[in-house]
Design a protein around this ligand. Structure first.
Ligand SMILES: [Zn+2]
Length: 404
């Protein structure tokens, strides 16, 4: 049993749970008052299984169809109405459950898809779906990167008004886009950051005044520095982060969500994307540097959180997240470190409204049971497994057979 926080597995663990929550976890027998009257033996003896918390995807965009690689089809998809985008997102929910993903932190859209799903989750009559929370529209500057998922600060005047508008829309947290993105052709972030440190800090203060966490899309070391100094809760992507910045992140408890998948997908489908060998070599260099930073961050004690940026080109919801976990392992993290980043660390750091991501009394009964130990290799999570979700059992026949 892996509890999502500790690195040492518990062998021969006893677990007592009901539909709602976990009541007991330990190597000794559970106390009799937690069992059925007269019960001496476990209801199930699964000695050849590994039990671990259901997975938390910490960076996904429900309004985008990530699996789509054709750029024309992607822009046609985005021309749909918000209602159409929302109904296209619905079938993803049950698939995520089947894959073992029990919670998703949506990373923003301006069509209200993430907010609608967050609201749906909070409805007593919700369908089978993971926990979802959302920042609504991300916050950026007019004319700068992010207009497809953000609303500009300029629309609201004072910075605090932008945050207030999101909160009024029902945002669970606040998402900022203080930088641009990587220019793949040049292999660098070419544009100046969108926001100053003072702007980030003011938005952070505003978010805190509403009791909300704030997460920042940031790539390029200049922009990352501003996000860190502005006091965000997590740096998303963080391409080109420097070691001294990782140290600051550790000291200030700023988490890092490295999102390898969207860049790796560009390498995997370089022909389709029209990249020549020079661009591919840039991309590979970026990924190598990112991998080295991830290993360094782990050694330094930075809080690392797994998120795939699902919805980006080639990054399908659910399957793309399992791929992200493989990429983190490929980068040099041990399987247990990857599992922690997708469970306990996320659950401890991201202020979700419910308790999941750990196997501990008081946490929801949402966990994976598998005969293919992910400690051997993380890709074992793609194979057949069971997911217990609020006491109900779902069987997943493995990614290859799910046709995803
Ligand atoms: Zn994103």
């Amino acid at each position: 049993m892996l509890d999502g926080v500790n690195t040492t597995p518990l062998k021969d663990a006893h677990i007592v749970y009901d539909k709602k929550q976990i009541h007991f976890v330990g190597e000794s027998s559970p106390p009799a008052d937690l069992l059925n009257t007269g019960q001496r033996e476990p209801d199930l003896n699964l000695s050849d299984y590994t039990l671990l918390p259901g997975l938390i995807e910490a960076h996904a965009h429900f309004f985008l169809e990530g699996g789509e690689l054709d750029l024309d089809k992607r822009s046609a998809y985005l021309k749909q109405t918000p209602e159409e985008l929302l109904s296209a997102a619905h079938p993803r929910l049950e698939k995520l459950i089947q894959l073992g993903v029990i919670a998703v932190r949506d990373a923003g859209d301006k069509d209200g898809v993430g907010l609608a799903l967050s609201k749906l989750y909070n409805n007593v009559k919700r369908p089978l779906m993971p926990y979802v929370d959302s920042p609504g529209a991300a916050i950026h500057h007019q004319g700068r990167y992010g207009s497809f998922m953000a609303e500009p600060i300029e629309k609201y005047g004072p910075l605090k008004k932008s945050v207030e508008a999101r909160v009024n829309d029902g945002a669970d947290r606040i998402k900022l886009i203080p930088t641009g993105i990587i220019n793949f052709k040049k292999g660098a972030v070419m544009s100046e950051p969108q926001m100053t440190t003072a702007e980030v800090a003011e938005l952070v203060t505003a978010a805190k005044s509403f009791g909300k966490q704030i997460f920042a899309h940031a790539s390029g070391d200049t922009g990352i520095e501003r996000a860190i100094d502005g006091g965000v809760d997590s740096v998303e992507h963080g391409f080109f982060v420097r070691p001294d910045q990782l140290a600051k992140m550790r000291d200030r408890q700023i988490a890092w969500v490295p999102t390898f998948a969207p860049v790796q997908e560009q390498v995997d489908h370089a022909d389709l994307m029209g990249w020549d060998s020079e661009v591919v070599s840039n991309l590979k260099k970026i990924l190598e540097q990112h991998a080295a930073s991830l290993v360094k961050a782990q050694q330094m004690g930075v809080q690392i959180i797994a998120g795939s940026d699902a919805g980006s080109v080639g990054v399908a919801h659910g399957v793309g997240f399992l791929y992200e976990l493989e990429l983190m392992e490929r980068a040099g993290l041990s399987p247990i470190a990857v599992i922690k980043s997708a469970t306990g660390t996320s659950s401890n750091r991201l202020a979700f409204k419910e308790k999941f991501g750990q196997i501990k009394p008081g946490f929801l009964s949402r966990f994976i049971l598998t005969r293919h130990s992910p400690l051997e290799k993380i890709s074992n999570l793609k194979r057949d497994k069971f997911l217990v979700f609020d006491g109900a059992v779902f069987e997943s026949s493995g990614v290859d057979k799910l046709g995803l």
